[in-house]
Ligand binder design. Sequence first.
Ligand code: COI
Length: 365
Amino acid sequence: MALEFTVTERPDRVSDEDRAAILANPGFGNHFTDHMVRITWDSEAGWHDAEVGAYRPFQLDPAAAVLHYAQEIFEGMKAYRHADGSVWTFRPEANAARFARSATRLALPVLPEEDFIQSLKEIVALDKVWVPDAANGGEESLYLRPYMFASEAFLGVRPAKQVTYSVIASPAGAYFGGGGVKPVDLWISTDYARAGEGGTGGAKCGGNYASSLAGQLEGIAQGCQQAVFLDSSTHTYIEELGGMNLFLVYQDGRIVTPELTGTILEGVTRSSILSLAKDLGLSPEERRIPIQEWKDAAASGELSEVFACGTAAVVTPVGELRWDGGSCDHRREGHVDEVATKIRSTLLDIQYGRVEDTHGWLTQL
Ligand code: COI
């Protein structure tokens, strides 16, 4: 049976003036709305106490298992305001299904899809005023962050018997400071891997992101914004960035992304791009991509574009690829990221309701 949410609207909302100032320049991940969702699970009663109320800190026991053993998962989604003022989200069933797969991998309880989607509706119902207007063709949205963690106070290593699910929301502009179409440079991390075979790489859990940070720092020290991780067993094949999937575009119309090997996150944007690429007459391929292929194809001129993608990053072109002792760039003089730009605008046009949603990807919140 679907959960019933208790709704408590906070009396002390952020003022209209302060909210307008935040929405005028939200950045990414800096500001949070007035409310949040919380649902509790325990091994005896299952899911209960579903509520949407004031955004506030958790009271967490210092022995809460998540603080010690990182039993935690999350999702990243967005709410988009259409020209008529209505608010929509993109493929929430796909996020709900991935959240369920991540839960199973991290030995957390599965939240039913209808409760997951209802939790998004509940927070947006109270915080609709926080969904920015992207009327000027920008990519402003309300980023939704559902997450679940082991809140039981217990230091033995076993799946927690008490778990908390929550959703917070954060008005968002472009993930990268320079805006969505400014290229990012990438560093090939060889000292570090993001995930290994049989590990949690295919799940959306905080630990994968924590393990990507040392590689990212290495990249930043080399003047890059992000690190590319290779497979941990052979250090040969491209996997993904710290929080984004990758696509390589060839002059002959092939658009290639690393296949899902269990160590790569199954991105919702990634899977949408595979469909859109077909619609646009390109030839999508999912396969293992040796890092050497990227270097060779950049050198020969066969590679025309590379881009990163994700809910937060949307579609972000890649500039230079650097590694210890070398670098390559597929961008020649007068280069335009034609395919990345087309896919990006097609995706945003669907998300903001500017074109027909022929794939049935949108759900009204
Ligand atoms: C997303 O794209 O929503 C993600 O979860 C990536 C995150 C690191 C911002």
